[in-house]
Design a protein around this ligand. Sequence first.
Ligand SMILES: [Cu+2]
Length: 113
Amino acid sequence: MKILVMSLLLVASTGVLAQAKRSITLVNYETDGVKQWLPGTVIAKKGDTVEITLINNVPSGDHGFMLPDFKVMKVVKKGIKEVVTFKADKEGLFEMKCHMHPAHVGGQLLIVP
Ligand SMILES: [Cu+2]
Protein backbone atom coordinates (compact mmCIF):
# COMPACT_ATOMS: atom_id res chain seq x y z
CA MET A 1 0.00 0.00 0.00
CA LYS A 2 2.79 2.39 0.91
CA ILE A 3 4.48 1.72 -2.44
CA LEU A 4 1.21 2.41 -4.29
CA VAL A 5 0.73 5.75 -2.54
CA MET A 6 4.35 6.71 -3.22
CA SER A 7 3.92 5.77 -6.89
CA LEU A 8 0.77 7.86 -7.22
CA LEU A 9 2.46 10.85 -5.61
CA LEU A 10 5.39 10.48 -7.98
CA VAL A 11 3.11 10.41 -11.02
CA ALA A 12 1.17 13.41 -9.75
CA SER A 13 4.29 15.43 -9.13
CA THR A 14 6.26 14.59 -12.26
CA GLY A 15 4.18 13.97 -15.26
CA VAL A 16 0.46 13.93 -15.63
CA LEU A 17 -0.16 17.66 -15.38
CA ALA A 18 3.35 19.09 -15.58
CA GLN A 19 3.59 22.34 -17.55
CA ALA A 20 4.07 21.48 -21.19
CA LYS A 21 2.80 21.80 -24.69
CA ARG A 22 -0.49 19.97 -24.95
CA SER A 23 -1.93 18.83 -28.26
CA ILE A 24 -5.43 17.55 -28.79
CA THR A 25 -7.69 16.96 -31.78
CA LEU A 26 -11.37 17.92 -31.65
CA VAL A 27 -13.87 16.58 -34.18
CA ASN A 28 -17.14 18.38 -34.87
CA TYR A 29 -20.06 15.97 -35.10
CA GLU A 30 -23.83 16.18 -35.28
CA THR A 31 -26.42 13.92 -33.71
CA ASP A 32 -30.16 14.56 -33.45
CA GLY A 33 -29.60 18.08 -34.79
CA VAL A 34 -27.10 18.96 -32.05
CA LYS A 35 -23.58 19.89 -33.12
CA GLN A 36 -20.67 19.47 -30.69
CA TRP A 37 -16.92 19.24 -30.60
CA LEU A 38 -15.72 15.86 -29.38
CA PRO A 39 -14.28 15.67 -26.81
CA GLY A 40 -16.36 18.51 -25.41
CA THR A 41 -13.99 19.26 -22.54
CA VAL A 42 -10.33 20.17 -22.94
CA ILE A 43 -8.14 20.19 -19.83
CA ALA A 44 -4.80 21.94 -19.48
CA LYS A 45 -2.57 23.30 -16.75
CA LYS A 46 -2.00 27.01 -16.28
CA GLY A 47 1.15 27.94 -18.18
CA ASP A 48 0.75 25.28 -20.85
CA THR A 49 0.87 26.01 -24.53
CA VAL A 50 -2.25 24.38 -25.95
CA GLU A 51 -2.47 23.28 -29.58
CA ILE A 52 -5.91 22.21 -30.79
CA THR A 53 -6.42 20.58 -34.18
CA LEU A 54 -9.98 21.02 -35.42
CA ILE A 55 -11.77 18.70 -37.85
CA ASN A 56 -15.26 19.56 -39.08
CA ASN A 57 -17.26 16.54 -40.24
CA VAL A 58 -20.72 18.10 -40.00
CA PRO A 59 -22.63 17.86 -43.31
CA SER A 60 -24.15 21.33 -42.89
CA GLY A 61 -20.88 23.05 -43.78
CA ASP A 62 -18.56 25.55 -42.11
CA HIS A 63 -18.54 26.11 -38.37
CA GLY A 64 -16.52 28.21 -36.02
CA PHE A 65 -14.30 27.51 -33.06
CA MET A 66 -13.99 30.30 -30.53
CA LEU A 67 -12.37 30.68 -27.11
CA PRO A 68 -13.39 34.23 -26.26
CA ASP A 69 -11.24 34.40 -23.11
CA PHE A 70 -8.08 33.57 -25.10
CA LYS A 71 -8.86 35.57 -28.26
CA VAL A 72 -9.02 32.40 -30.37
CA MET A 73 -11.40 32.41 -33.34
CA LYS A 74 -11.20 30.15 -36.39
CA VAL A 75 -13.59 29.15 -39.16
CA VAL A 76 -13.35 25.40 -39.77
CA LYS A 77 -14.43 24.35 -43.25
CA LYS A 78 -15.74 20.86 -43.79
CA GLY A 79 -12.87 18.50 -44.57
CA ILE A 80 -10.06 21.01 -43.93
CA LYS A 81 -8.05 20.68 -40.71
CA GLU A 82 -7.31 23.85 -38.80
CA VAL A 83 -4.92 24.32 -35.88
CA VAL A 84 -5.15 26.94 -33.14
CA THR A 85 -2.52 27.55 -30.47
CA PHE A 86 -2.74 29.63 -27.33
CA LYS A 87 -1.12 30.07 -23.94
CA ALA A 88 -3.25 28.88 -21.01
CA ASP A 89 -2.33 31.92 -18.96
CA LYS A 90 -5.30 31.91 -16.56
CA GLU A 91 -7.07 29.20 -14.63
CA GLY A 92 -10.76 28.43 -14.53
CA LEU A 93 -13.56 27.04 -16.67
CA PHE A 94 -13.99 28.74 -20.03
CA GLU A 95 -16.50 28.55 -22.88
CA MET A 96 -15.79 27.07 -26.31
CA LYS A 97 -18.35 27.84 -28.99
CA CYS A 98 -19.10 28.37 -32.64
CA HIS A 99 -18.93 32.11 -33.34
CA MET A 100 -20.81 31.69 -36.62
CA HIS A 101 -23.92 30.06 -35.15
CA PRO A 102 -23.68 30.72 -31.40
CA ALA A 103 -26.37 28.30 -30.29
CA HIS A 104 -24.27 25.24 -31.02
CA VAL A 105 -20.89 23.54 -31.22
CA GLY A 106 -20.23 24.28 -27.60
CA GLY A 107 -17.75 22.85 -25.20
CA GLN A 108 -15.58 23.85 -22.29
CA LEU A 109 -11.95 24.44 -21.47
CA LEU A 110 -10.77 23.67 -17.92
CA ILE A 111 -7.44 25.14 -16.89
CA VAL A 112 -6.17 23.92 -13.54
CA PRO A 113 -3.49 25.53 -11.35
CU1 LIG B 1 -21.72 26.68 -36.29
